[in-house]
Design a protein. Structure first.
Length: 471
């Protein structure tokens, strides 16, 4: 019989309320910095649960913070609630079917992410009150994780200056303490300014901004062979210069997303991309300006917190799914290839089990890193304070983030079970940090050692402000 942690029952006591919150956010999918209704739902829940609420965090209308408790250490629990474009999907259906004209959907499970984090914070609050223990818990409702880097702005604004440790999680297809590896990245918009002209009548008078964008991309393609293996550069046309081929395009904008394993490597890659932009402008006779759209740092691993969370996760065990959960997971899995399924295991350096519908164990912490990682603005919080995050199974083995299958499973009973499980892992880790005074000290010591080697430098320039109310 497992040794029950007293804080688990505080999560269970309000389980239905928080599953309801996750479902409401699922039903109002909103894009980065446009999360009006989702943030309002979280703000209302903070008020209902008796938190002291501060809105407009870091000047961002869809960021909110709720604090409870007094004295003692300050534990931050981070939530998110933004959705993605192009991933609208009927929940509970194992085939693609869009439900909304705008096409937005919770294809990264952030409806669960935010609600579980708020559930964990509420459990810590209720436990502190019931036990009369000194300590403060802060829930941060963080918008715009998907490309908007809100947490980077929140760190820059000093929101974590008096926080001792930060805890978060991400939904997915397996149970593990996150290995805390991600890529630093930045999104920079390069706008080329040329000269319009009749493309047939007087082409010699025109200077094409669209040509400049294409030349820039060719330059970056030639750079790829000479970048570090883990670095990445992707692009999107923000403005192709119009729809008339017979007008020489006078203005065009391309967004370059540059990723690197660390901040230092990122800076050197940014310089090379800027040089390429200048070269493209020179070749095409245009001028180029640039604007940093967003940037995030790589994650910093904190060993004492990883070990503490692993102990709590091992004590709790894997999410307990039933036969109905497995049946739906198997329907979803019919849409996956063997490679999709193998990917879940590859991330954990495990041999694939192609017959497993839902993950049934907690991965060990001492696993081999197998690569294949994205970026998250949790990275910047991890430079500000010791940070740890869990990955908890909420969907079928093989489900990729940012897929219609992820959205399809976002309101399923398995998703609700996974999110409450995540809340327990986070709440138990917070409790351990409050009860075991040495843990925060060890976490801070490890953090200070990392920072001494490589100090933090906010990757967003001071003049760049967060977008407001836009997608
Ligand atoms: Zn996500």
């Amino acid at each position: 019989m497992r040794n029950d942690n007293p804080i688990w029952s505080y999560v269970d006591a309000k389980g239905e309320e928080f599953c309801g919150l996750a479902d409401r956010v699922f039903d109002t999918p909103e894009l980065a910095y446009g999360e009006k209704e989702s943030c309002a739902a979280h703000t209302q829940m903070l008020r209902d649960q008796g938190f002291r609420v501060t809105q407009n965090i870091a000047g961002i209308p869809t960021a909110v913070m709720g604090e409870a408790g007094s004295g003692g250490p300050v534990i931050a629990i981070l939530g998110e609630y933004d959705a993605l474009p192009g991933l609208s999907q009927e929940p509970g259906l194992a085939e693609p079917k869009q439900i909304a004209d705008h096409g937005f959907g919770h294809g990264c499970g952030h409806n669960l992410l935010g609600s579980a984090a708020l559930s964990a914070a509420t459990a810590v609050k209720d436990w502190l009150e019931a036990e009369g223990i000194e300590g403060r818990v802060r829930y941060f409702g963080c918008p715009a994780e998907e490309g908007g880097a809100a947490k980077t702005y929140m760190v820059r604004d000093g929101q974590f200056d008096d926080v001792d440790i930060a805890i978060t999680w991400h939904p997915g297809s397996f149970n593990a303490v996150d290995d805390m590896r991600s890529l630093a990245n930045t999104r920079i918009d390069f706008t080329f300014h040329g000269k319009a002209a009749h493309a047939a009548g007087a082409p010699e008078l025109g200077r094409s901004a669209l040509d400049s964008v294409e030349l820039m991309n060719i330059g970056i393609n030639y750079m790829r062979e000479h970048m570090p293996d883990a670095a990445r550069v992707h692009y999107a046309y923000i403005d192709a210069g119009g729809i008339a081929p017979n007008v020489v395009q006078s203005k065009a904008t391309v967004r370059q997303l540059i990723r690197s394993p660390d901040l230092v490597g990122l800076q050197s890659l940014i310089k090379r991309v800027r040089d390429i932009a200048d070269g493209a402008a020179l070749m095409s006779g245009t001028k180029v300006t640039s604007q940093v759209f967003s940037a995030v740092s790589n994650l910093v691993r904190n060993e004492p917190l990883c070990l503490a969370m692993q102990a709590e996760f091992d004590a709790l065990g894997p999410v307990e799914f039933d036969a109905e959960d497995a049946a739906f997971a198997n329907e979803i899995r019919k849409t996956f290839s063997r490679e999709d399924i193998a990917d879940t295991f590859k991330r954990l350096a495990m041999k694939p089990d192609y017959d497993l519908p839902l993950f049934d164990r907690v991965a060990p912490l001492d696993r081999v890193f197998m690569g294949g990682t994205g970026s998250t603005d949790v990275g910047d919080v991890s430079w500000a304070v010791p940070t740890v995050q869990a990955r908890v199974a909420t969907c079928a083995v093989g489900t990729a983030l940012h897929s219609w299958q992820q959205t399809a499973q976002g309101k399923a009973p398995a998703a609700h079970k996974g999110m409450l499980h995540a809340a327990k892992v986070m709440a138990a880790t917070a409790r351990a940090a409050i009860v075991d005074k040495a843990l925060i000290a060890e976490a801070k010591k490890a953090h200070a050692e990392t920072m001494a080697e490589s100090p933090y430098c906010c990757p967003i320039p001071p003049e760049t402000m967060p977008p407001r109310g836009t997608a």
